[in-house]
Design a protein around this ligand. Structure first.
Ligand code: HEC
Length: 201
């Protein structure tokens, strides 16, 4: 189901970390384990949010749904972080929530997803190591492609004026409109303490 693991990139990252160090100190990243641990976390976030979004759109329409996205997306991310032990966040280079900016260290990985949001019809993803020592993290970044329904209601090229006004009120620096289906809307980051995946031997 999940494809496009940048195995070569991980190899390069590990090789870079090893410069000057004895080989025994190089962490061994078990990318199958990263995938197995991360994909369900990403899926749980997406399912929970989309269920809330669908209910709100059905019951109260777009004006209610935007309040739900505003309140529930950060809450569900916090809930999934708590439950998994990973840090779960959504990021975008054209973000609505300013907390979801693409940081400098993530930018090259995000750029790869921008280039090709889908691989064989499935969201592309990247796995990499970042930081050192206690700060070291294993990161899983999964593309969130733009879709016509229901996404274009709030992120598309033709937003209802009342909804647009409410979005501007909640997010004065909103960058997240004008997306076309198939473009990269954003990405879901699942970031783990690296020791969870490092082979100690
Ligand atoms: C009812 C309006 C609404 C709909 C429909 C909607 N979104 Fe959003 N979206 C929002 C709001 C509001 C936020 C900011 C949430 C927050 O404060 O964290 C957001 C944030 C996001 C983010 C996080 C990055 C950012 O820009 O802050 C992504 C990614 C995203 N939406 C993707 C989607 C996708 C994909 C769909 C379709 C499945 C979708 N959205 C449908 C309102 C909506």
């Amino acid at each position: 189901m999940i494809r496009n693991f940048p195995l070569a990139a991980i190899g390069l990252a590990l090789a870079a970390c090893s410069q000057g160090d004895p080989v025994a100190d190089v962490p061994v990243l078990d990318e199958a384990a990263v995938r197995e641990a991360s994909a369900p976390v990403a899926q749980a976030f997406t399912s929970a949010l989309q269920a809330q979004l669908a209910t709100a759109l059905g019951e109260g329409g777009r004006m209610q749904a935007v309040e739900v996205c505003h309140a529930e997306a950060p809450r569900i991310a916090a809930e999934q972080s708590e439950a998994s032990g990973a840090q779960v966040t959504r990021i975008s280079d054209r973000n609505r929530n300013p907390a979801g900016a693409v940081s400098v260290d993530i930018a090259p990985h995000y750029a790869e997803l921008l280039e090709a949001p889908l691989v064989d019809g499935a969201p592309a993803n990247r796995i990499w190591l970042s930081g050192e020592g206690e700060e070291a993290r294993v990161n899983f970044l999964s593309a969130i492609p733009m879709r016509e329904q229901p996404c274009s209601v709030c992120h598309g090229t033709d937003i209802d004026p009342a909804l647009q006004a409410r979005i501007a009120e909640l997010y004065p620096d909103d960058l997240a409109t004008g997306f076309e289906p198939g473009e990269l809307r954003g990405a879901l980051l699942v970031s783990w303490p690296a020791e969870m995946f490092a082979d100690a031997s």
